[in-house]
Every structure is written in structure tokens, then in C-alpha cells.
Design a protein around this ligand. Structure first.
Ligand SMILES: Nc1ncnc2c1ncn2[C@@H]1O[C@H](COP(=O)(O)OP(=O)(O)OP(=O)(O)O)[C@@H](O)[C@H]1O
Ligand SMILES: [Mg+2]
Length: 403
């Protein structure tokens, strides 16, 4: 591809315009893209899933106010404050920062330090290890905006990563800045923010390669207009990829070299995992306005125990070997099993989370393949659950839903 980048006369520097939001390649008044929501954002409390920067606006503001360390260009806060935002802590003014991620501090430090360099960040791990979650919170803390997002699928086209056109305008007026529709990546480059690319390895390899120029040259040419968008300081990319997708569309070595990889692990201990699930279940329950269900902790611990045992192929006491089911048994699934259980208990039960409320969800999480997983679950139920002291109710509830 020949790129005519005669940037000089026609195109004012894209990074220069006022701090306003619209991408420089599409001047403000010209193109309200058809799919854009009305400008007034509804209050976060009415949204089903507000962005991290909306939910934690107070914490972010307190961190910015208390932050006296140096900030990389365009960052809203120092790397140190970003790590505190993710891992939690208390500020000098007494503000409590809730932990968003539970795991090794060093990993988050490496991730944040990477964003302060010219390399992009790749979060890798098995499903449900908070890759998306961490990427959203990092973008929220660093640029105050986690919404510049490209969702990778096998159908992701190059224009989703680079730019597209408003075809009505393109036909009527020919190629013009007003007809250009900037991708989230282009917007992030122009504004010095973080762009997120979800499930990078699901994107076809040739489309992934569109990121190479962006990450190495920090520039995105628009040959049709003879311009280029150069990345402002502060621009970076956080991509996530799933271990299980390895081999679907492997990252080319050229692209891999542009990323620093951080592998997010499964929770190290049972207590840690119970803590993660309990906190998230509580937050979700509040966001969904589910009626409060007291003392869910016992069932949470039980579900986490089942998940950990099946995942590791060994009972917690290390005595009995087990077969593992085909699906992933991650904290994310445990969270949804408990949340569904709470909805059942609140609306159809006596308001307490009972074994019967989690059994059905648990079965659905474990048995992804009816033939092999059904056998694995049956064996586990009879050999482990049935024999375990204090698990009688749970055993009966599971038997009942297993049919
Ligand atoms: N270590 C952890 N600390 C805090 N929350 C966690 C942790 N592990 C998992 N979670 C929770 O699990 C949920 C799912 O995480 P997320 O969707 O980010 O996983 P993922 O790694 O992107 O999975 P996938 O590969 O399926 O996309 C989130 O709600 C998150 O709160
Ligand atoms: Mg994800």
C-alpha cells in the first residue's frame, strides 16, 4: 500500500485541537454518526452496566486530588495511583479505595508500567480471570475513559480497527474529513487515550496486522484524504486474549513483539477466590437491585470449593483424584452461579440462599458437554459430595436437579 502522507498543508495537526471530545478527523459539527446515542448520558444509577469511570467516579476523583507523584503525559493520575485504584488502599484524606483486582501486586505494576512506555499491553489468561475487567479499570484510571473499545471477533474487519466511512456522505461529497468515521483506536490516538481491543486472537490475522503500523509508527494513515493521524502522547492499546483461543488466530510474531504480555492467573487460594466471588456478587446484587440475601457466604464457599476441586482434578485435601469437566470453572462462572441463586432465593425462596438455589446453576456451569461432563459430575457427586460432612442438603439438592 502506498501512503501519501502530505500532512503539511491541508490537515491541521490532529493532536492539536481543543480538549473537546470528537475525533479530530471528524470535526465536531459535521457528522453525528447515525448510531450515536443522544449527547446527554443518563445518570449511571439508571444504567444496567455503567462504565468503571462512572461507577468509581468518586474514587477516581479522590485519587487524582491526592496524587502528588509525576504523571506521564496525558495520564489522569500517576502510575502509583493507578495501581492503588486497581488493588485498593486508603488515601491520606481517609477515602477508601476498594480493590478491583485481587492478585499479585507485581502483575498490576508491570501492566501499568508498560502503559507508561511505548509498548502496548496484552493481558493473557484462561477465561474468567478478569482480563476484560482489569483492562477496563486500567483505561478508566489512566485516561478516564474505558469506552474506546474494539470487540474482536472472527468477523472484525480492518475498518473497525482503522476507520470507516459514512457512505451516504461519501457518495454525496466524495472522501472528506466529515465522511470519515474514526475507529475507537483512531480516536484514542488523536486524543492520547487508551484503546482496548478485546479477544485479539479471535480477529483474523490479516486484520490484526492493521495494528502493527499503529503500534510501531504510532500513526494511522488515511490515504484517501492524504493525511495521517499521529498518536498523541498517552496513547496506548490494551488487548486481551484468551488462552483457550490459542491456535485460532495466533498473534504474528511481528505483532507479539509490540506487546508486553501479562498473564493473569487463577486465584491462588480458596480464601482469595471466595473473597473475589463474594465481593463481586455483592456489587452485582446492588447494581441489579436484587433484594438482599443474607449469609450467602456458606454457599459461596461451597461453590468455590466445587469449582477448585473440579478444575484442579483433585479434592481439597489432596486425597482423591478427580476428572475435570470440559468447560472452564473460573471465578466468573462462580459469580454467575451465585448471582442466579440469589435471584431464585429472593424471588421464589424464603430469602435465604439455600443449596437448592445454587444447585441448578452449578449443574449448568459444570455440564457443558452432556456426555462427558455428565459422567464427570455424577462421579464427583457420588464419590465426594455425598461423603462430605455437612454437605447432605447440598448433595440432595444436586441429585434432584441432576434428575
Ligand atoms: N482476581 C480477580 N480479582 C477480581 N475480580 C476477579 C478476579 N478474577 C475474576 N474476577 C471477576 O470475574 C469476572 C469476569 O472477569 P472477566 O470477564 O474480566 O474475565 P476474562 O478474563 O475477560 O474472561 P474471558 O476470557 O471469558 O473474556 C469479573 O466480574 C471480575 O470481577
Ligand atoms: Mg474477557
Amino acid at each position: 500500500m502506498t501512503i501519501t502522507t502530505d500532512t503539511a498543508p491541508a490537515a491541521p495537526s490532529p493532536a492539536a485541537p481543543p480538549p473537546a471530545t470528537p475525533p479530530p478527523a471528524t470535526p465536531p459539527p459535521a457528522t453525528p454518526p447515525p448510531a450515536t446515542l443522544p449527547p446527554a448520558t443518563p445518570p449511571p444509577a439508571t444504567l444496567l452496566r455503567p462504565h468503571a469511570e462512572q461507577v468509581y467516579a468518586d474514587e477516581l476523583a479522590a485519587l487524582v486530588a491526592a496524587d502528588d507523584r509525576p504523571r506521564p503525559p496525558s495520564w489522569r493520575m500517576s502510575p502509583h495511583a493507578v495501581v492503588t485504584y486497581l488493588l485498593g488502599g486508603a488515601l491520606a484524606d481517609g477515602t477508601v479505595i476498594t480493590p478491583k483486582y485481587v492478585g499479585p501486586r507485581r502483575l498490576i505494576e508491570v501492566a501499568v508500567a508498560t502503559l507508561a512506555t511505548d509498548r502496548a499491553l496484552l493481558l493473557l489468561g484462561v477465561p474468567g480471570t478478569a482480563k476484560t475487567w482489569v483492562s477496563e479499570h486500567l483505561a478508566a484510571a489512566v485516561s478516564g475513559d474505558s469506552s474506546l473499545l474494539v470487540q474482536g471477533t472472527s468477523g472484525t474487519a480492518e475498518e473497525t480497527i482503522r476507520y470507516g466511512w459514512n457512505y451516504a456522505r461519501l457518495l454525496a461529497e466524495g472522501p472528506s474529513r466529515a465522511a470519515l468515521v474514526a475507529s475507537p483506536v483512531m480516536t484514542a490516538m488523536a486524543e492520547g487515550r487508551i484503546a482496548r481491543v478485546e479477544e485479539l486472537t479471535r480477529i483474523p490475522s490479516d486484520v490484526q496486522d492493521a495494528l502493527i503500523t499503529i503500534l510501531s509508527e504510532k500513526s494511522l494513515p488515511v490515504p484517501e484524504l492524504g493525511i495521517e493521524v499521529q498518536a498523541a502522547k498517552g496513547f496506548s492499546v490494551i488487548a486481551t486474549a484468551n488462552d483457550r483461543d490459542r491456535g485460532v488466530n495466533d498473534l504474528s510474531s511481528a505483532l507479539r513483539r509490540r506487546f508486553n504480555t501479562v498473564v493473569l492467573p487463577l486465584p491462588a487460594s480458596e480464601d482469595e477466590e471466595v473473597g473475589i466471588v463474594a465481593r463481586r456478587v455483592e456489587q452485582l446484587g446492588r447494581a441489579l437491585e436484587l433484594p438482599e440475601v443474607p449469609s450467602a457466604l456458606e454457599e459461596i464457599r461451597r461453590v468455590v470449593t466445587v469449582f477448585r476441586e473440579l478444575r484442579s482434578g483433585m479434592t481439597a485435601d489432596g486425597r482423591t483424584k478427580l476428572k475435570s469437566p470440559t468447560g472452564t470453572m473460573s471465578p466468573a462462572e462462580a459469580i454467575s452461579v451465585i448471582t442466579s441463586g440469589i435471584a431464585l432465593a429472593a424471588h421464589f425462596g424464603d430469602g435465604m440462599l439455600r443449596p437448592a438455589d445454587v444447585a441448578a446453576g452449578l449443574l449448568g456451569a459444570v455440564i457443558k458437554d452432556p456426555v462427558t461432563d455428565g459422567g464427570v459430575w455424577g462421579e464427583y457427586l457420588e464419590a465426594v459430595v455425598r461423603e462430605r460432612r455437612g454437605w447432605g442438603d447440598f448433595y440432595r439438592a444436586c441429585r434432584e436437579v441432576s434428575g
